[in-house]
Structures are given as structure tokens and as C-alpha cells.
Design a protein around this ligand. Structure first.
Ligand code: MSP
Length: 510
């Protein structure tokens, strides 16, 4: 049986249409899912929307709609965005889905019945735009540490989840599973700043609004955000229902991809809910950095962004995917700007990859009418080059397992760059002038086509559209992940009319 792989994105708040920051998490998760799928894993990729809460109810009211109407429209828009980005999710879960609602209610009841949830009174500081509660120390000067806006004091009857009871178990788990929280810096932050100083029990119900999942045994209360939201990772798989085949197959998750601001919820509250339910914990929670625009996090509440579809239409879906995957190293923040996007397209996609593909195919047509065999007329310079093709898949596998997506692309683009250098070093145009060098010339072109074929296979998860194009140029059938090895006896009959893979983008005149 195939090995399984279960990956998730956060479920996003449909309080406004999704922006390039949401695309960032989703493109990363999609690319890893595609990689694993192509690599033979039985893969399940989950994304969705987190639809309840006061903030959304307020937004809907402002728009003169019911909350359900309001989120329906945004979710439709989001699904369309995911389609234009080539996102291959297996399920788009909505926290308003009937199966999710039912199981969240059961989870809440179970935790209450076993004494992990109890009734008390909530007093605290609340940031409405962020839907976050803060302690006095966190909300310095009465300001929300996330968005900098004013928090206000609230007090109401509420149910609480006993985080404190599980603190020691959680600490032990994190310490004995060094990969549970990635990157390492976030692990230390969680342990030192949140867990070791002591966990306060968590408010898990509210009475001050009703746009939420009702608590079955206490009608004034709705389930407050995190039990509702986090449970999506198991309700989506049918946990707790008669139809739990997916749950039995895919749980625990291999990786939850989340932004750095919600690592805390995924590595403290979520594992504790799972421990209370007596379920295994996810293998990894990966907290990535933010895309920043002019010094600020791109955010719905700041409104500092454009519809991602504008960039897709202008520069192609693969350019947007590539930029998102390549620009920001593992876990760091990075700048998003149109200028940086264009610089990436020109340097990597047009000058490196596109140039290699179009130059090589051009030469195959010019010198051999498109048909290339391996004449095995090798020279010393070929050895290192062929070696780098043979070892590429191992390197990308390793980096994917380590979730270092930008490094995966770096490895592949290193090979593309050295392929261009191989052309400069072997000077095919000089070989072409000498009839006795014909076999050498054909061997060189063969090696280049192998490089294009192998890199193209490994680029498929990241840039599905352009790699499909390259497949039609090469016209080979050896395009599966298993074929990402150097093969020495193919016969290439390449297209005689390749369009440029990527055009260089000229600077716009102001
Ligand atoms: N609904 C919660 C998550 C619940 S998960 C069980 C939530 N939603 S959100 O709409 O605010 O989305 C947050 C996620 O979107 C971040 O964790 C991150 O993955 C992504 N991003 C939002 N803005 C981003 C950037 N500017 N840059 C990168 N990712 C960003 O929190």
C-alpha cells in the first residue's frame, strides 16, 4: 500500500476576499501536496474557511446581509481564486458545513462530560478586529500586540478548557519531538514564552454573539473560535461519524502549514484538544513568515493589497506561484512587491529556465531537425553535469521533507543555471561548424534535453502550467516522478515551434 500524506492550510476567515498572504500559505501547501502526490503518496490536502465569530457577524451587518449570505459570497470568490491558482485541495471545509457543526458539538459535549471543559466567568481584554483575547501583560498600554489597535475589557459567563491539566504532557511532547514545531525558533518561543510560564485555561464559549455553533446543553452559549476552527482538521476527515474511513486513513496530519501568528494555537490548544480526545498529535506544525508590503503585514483589516488575480492575469499563474515559493526562505518574512515579482520572472523564469528551454530546442531543430539521440560521445565536462542530474531528485526529496521549499527551487535552478553554463562551455555553435564534431554536438544536446526533462518533472508541483508546456515541447512520455533520473537511450523528437516559455518583462514606462 502507498504511504499516506496529510497536509492542511489554516482555514481562513472569510471576513473579506482573500489576499496574496492567504495565497502564500495555500500555494506552499498545494506545492507540497502535489510533490507528494507525484511522488506516489496517497495524499489528502485540506483547506477551507473559518466562518463564525463576532467580526464576521459585524461585517455582514455592515453589508446589509445575513452572516451566511456574506460568507457564501466570499467563499465562492475564494474557490474561484484557488482555481485560478491551480490549488488541488481534496476538500474545502467550511465551519458552517453540517457535518463539521455536528461533530464540533459532540467534541464539546465529550470534553465537558469528562471534565476537561467547565463553566466559569471570563474577564479579559479583547481585540475585536483580530478576535483575540489578551492578558494585561500581552496587551501593553491597552493595545493589541498583533494589530496595535485598542483592546477593551469584557466579562461574561463562559466555558473553559483546562489547558493547565495538560501542560506537562505538552511540554514533554514538544521536547521529545524536536520536529513537532518548525522552525526551531518558534519551538523555543512557544516553550519559553507561553508554555513554561504556565498555561491559563482557555475560554471556549461566548454569550455576547450568536453567529457560532450552539453549545447543545447550554443554549445561551456558542462555541468560541478555537475548538470550532481547529477541529476542522479532523471533522473534514469524518472523525466521529460512521463515515470515518478518511480519518482512519489520514490522521494524524503530516503537516499543518500555518502563519507564524497562529503557531501558538496549533501547538498549544490543538494538541491539548487532541490529547483530551485521546487522539494522536500531528507530526509537524510549520509556522511560516509573512509577506510584507511596505513594512506592514498584508492584511484585510489594513486593506493594503490588490486582488491576486490581477497579478495572475498580468504575469501568469506560475509566475505568482514561483515568486511565492522562491522569494522567502524557510520561516522568514519577505517583501511582496510587483518589482520583486518582475525581477524574479526575468532572472529565473525568462533568463534561466525559459532561455535554456528555447535555446536548446532551437539548436535541436537547427542542427538535427529536432531528432536527438545520445551518441555517447562524452567528455570530462559531462561527468559533473550528468552527476548533478542524477542526484537532483534526492536533494529535492530531502528539502521537501524538511519543508524548505525555496531551497528545493534553488536546487533545481542551480541545475538550470549550470545547464546554461554547459552550453557556454561546450559551445555547440562552434561544434556545428565541424562535421567531425557532429556526434559530440548531438551528445551535448542530448544531455541538455535530459536536464530540461528531469528539472521539468521536479518543477511540476510548483509550476503546473509551464511544465505542461515543456512536456509538449519535448514530446517525451518519460515525465513521471520515477523518470526523474538520467536515462541514456531516449530518442527525442522535439517540437519545431516552441513559443517562448517566459517572456522577459520590460519595465513599465511611468
Ligand atoms: N481562521 C484563523 C485560522 C484558523 S486555523 C484552524 C485565521 N484566519 S486568517 O484569515 O487570519 O488567516 C491567517 C492565515 O493566513 C495565516 O496564518 C497565514 O497562514 C495566512 N496569511 C495571512 N496574511 C498573511 C501574510 N501577509 N503573509 C503570509 N501569510 C499570511 O487566522
Amino acid at each position: 500500500m502507498n504511504k499516506k500524506f496529510y497536509i492542511t492550510t489554516p482555514i481562513y476567515y472569510p471576513s473579506a476576499n482573500f489576499h496574496i498572504g492567504h495565497c502564500y500559505s495555500t500555494i506552499i501547501a498545494d506545492s507540497i501536496a502535489r510533490y507528494k502526490r507525484l511522488d506516489g503518496y496517497d495524499t489528502y490536502f485540506l483547506t477551507g474557511s473559518d466562518e463564525h465569530g463576532q467580526k464576521i457577524a459585524k461585517k455582514a451587518e455592515e453589508a446589509g446581509k445575513t452572516p451566511q449570505e456574506y460568507v457564501d459570497e466570499i467563499v465562492e470568490n475564494a474557490k474561484d481564486l484557488w482555481k485560478s491558482l491551480g490549488i488541488t485541495y481534496d476538500r474545502f471545509i467550511r465551519t458552517t458545513d453540517a457535518d463539521h457543526v455536528e461533530i464540533v458539538q459532540k467534541i464539546f459535549e465529550k470534553l465537558y462530560d469528562q471534565g476537561d471543559i467547565y463553566k466559569g466567568e471570563y474577564k479579559g481584554l479583547y481585540c475585536t478586529p483580530c478576535e483575540s483575547f489578551w492578558t494585561e501583560t500581552q496587551a501593553k498600554d491597552g493595545l493589541c500586540p498583533d494589530c496595535g489597535r485598542e483592546v477593551h475589557e469584557v466579562s461574561e459567563e463562559a466555558y473553559f478548557l483546562k489547558l493547565s491539566k495538560y501542560q506537562k504532557r505538552l511540554e514533554d511532547h514538544i521536547e521529545s519531538h524536536p520536529h513537532f514545531i518548525r522552525p526551531e525558533s518558534r519551538k523555543n518561543e512557544m516553550l519559553n514564552n507561553f508554555i513554561r510560564p504556565g498555561l491559563e485555561d482557555l475560554c471556549v464559549s461566548r454569550t455576547s454573539f450568536d453567529w457560532g455553533i450552539p453549545v447543545t446543553f447550554d443554549k445561551d452559549h456558542v462555541v468560541y473560535v478555537w475548538i470550532d476552527a481547529l477541529s476542522n482538521y479532523i471533522t473534514a476527515l469524518g472523525y466521529g461519524t460512521d463515515n470515518d474511513e478518511n480519518f482512519r486513513k489520514y490522521w494524524p496530519a503530516d503537516v499543518h502549514i500555518v502563519g507564524k501568528e497562529i503557531v501558538r494555537f496549533h501547538t498549544i490548544i490543538w494538541p491539548i484538544i487532541l490529547m483530551a480526545l485521546d487522539l494522536p498529535l500531528p507530526d509537524q506544525v510549520f509556522g511560516h513568515g509573512w509577506l510584507i508590503i511596505e513594512g506592514n503585514k498584508i492584511s484585510k483589516s489594513l486593506g493594503n493589497y490588490r486582488d491576486p488575480r490581477e497579478y495572475i492575469e498580468k504575469y501568469s499563474v506560475d509566475a505568482v506561484r514561483y515568486f511565492s515559493l522562491r522569494e522567502i526562505p524557510f520561516g522568514n518574512d519577505g517583501n511582496f512587491s510587483e518589482e520583486a515579482l518582475v525581477a524574479r520572472i526575468n532572472a529565473d523564469l525568462a533568463n534561466t529556465w525559459g532561455n535554456l528551454v528555447n535555446r536548446t530546442i532551437g539548436m535541436a531543430n537547427k542542427y538535427f531537425e529536432g531528432t536527438i539521440r545520445n551518441r555517447k560521445n562524452g567528455e570530462a565536462i559531462d561527468e559533473l553535469f550528468i552527476e548533478s542530474l542524477k542526484t537532483l531528485k534526492n536533494k529535492t526529496d530531502e528539502k521537501i521533507d524538511d519543508l524548505q521549499i525555496s531551497k528545493v527551487l534553488e536546487e533545481i535552478f542551480d541545475v538550470l543555471r549550470s545547464s546554461n553554463k554547459y552550453i557556454d562551455d561546450t559551445t555547440p555553435w562552434v561544434l556545428a561548424k565541424d562535421e567531425s564534431k557532429k556526434e559530440r554536438l548531438e551528445t551535448v544536446l542530448y544531455n541538455l534535453l535530459e536536464s530540461i526533462r528531469i528539472t521539468n518533472i521536479l518543477l511540476k508541483p510548483f509550476m503546473p502550467e509551464s511544465t505542461e508546456k515543456v512536456d509538449t515541447y519535448l514530446k517525451t512520455e518519460r515525465t513521471s516522478f520515477e523518470d526523474a533520473i538520467y536515462i541514456d537511450d531516449l530518442i527525442y523528437e522535439v517540437t519545431d515551434s516552441p513559443e517562448p516559455l517566459f517572456e522577459r518583462i520590460q519595465k513599465e514606462e511611468n
